[in-house]
Write a protein that binds this ligand. Sequence first.
Ligand SMILES: Cc1cc2nc3c(=O)[nH]c(=O)nc-3n(C[C@H](O)[C@H](O)[C@H](O)COP(=O)(O)OP(=O)(O)OC[C@H]3O[C@@H](n4cnc5c(N)ncnc54)[C@H](O)[C@@H]3O)c2cc1C
Length: 192
Amino acid sequence: MEKKRIVVIGNGMVGHRFIEELCDKNVEGTFEITTFSEEPRLAYDRVQLSSFFNGNTAADLMLTSEEVYDEKGVHYFLNEKVTAIRAENRCVVTDKGREVFYDKLVIATGSYPFVPPIDGNDQPHCHVYRTIEDLEAIAASGKQSQSGVVIGGGLLGLEAANALKCMGVDTHVVEFAPRLMLFSWMRAAATC
Ligand SMILES: Cc1cc2nc3c(=O)[nH]c(=O)nc-3n(C[C@H](O)[C@H](O)[C@H](O)COP(=O)(O)OP(=O)(O)OC[C@H]3O[C@@H](n4cnc5c(N)ncnc54)[C@H](O)[C@@H]3O)c2cc1C
């Protein structure tokens, strides 16, 4: 019997959880699973990302390892972004020119931080707060800085502000809403 080729774009918390579930159901080896991550490592606990500033390392945050994926026969490509989906011949294409064919395709690419189109947002000490690499860059900037500004006073903005404070940087938060955490508060109120 031919194996069903399943390609998962994105190896974040959701892509990885899906693969774990699929592996549990794959006792007869029915599926051939391939995943792509734009990031240089397999899935880690992004929700706990801020613990990086309390001494947790990238290794502490990992949800899996290359050894586990190898053992389960999951193919993975790190640092490789899927740039095209050719649905007509069921194939994905990556920024490295690789083509992988699929029977089923799962897109688990998460989201990206919105960076407001403000002059200077591309200067070296301007960062977003989403990946381990972002936090490493923030830590490196923090070492050379006395003062830091966080744009956005939502949950992640305040986590970022706390990180700056932990580094001993004089920290400012700029928020255009009349109060901090307004949207988180509105969302929580709407679900009550
Ligand atoms: C600091 C921080 C704290 C958070 N705290 C909470 C919390 O307390 N509670 C909560 O519910 N949520 C929280 N979140 C949000 C939570 O992390 C996300 O909801 C969750 O990570 C979404 O998982 P995902 O797998 O859908 O996306 P992601 O974790 O973003 O993973 C998607 C992956 O796909 C990769 N990718 C994207 N495009 C491509 C492509 N074309 N080719 C290859 N790879 C690609 C990305 O690089 C990424 O690695 C937090 C987020 C951050 C950053």
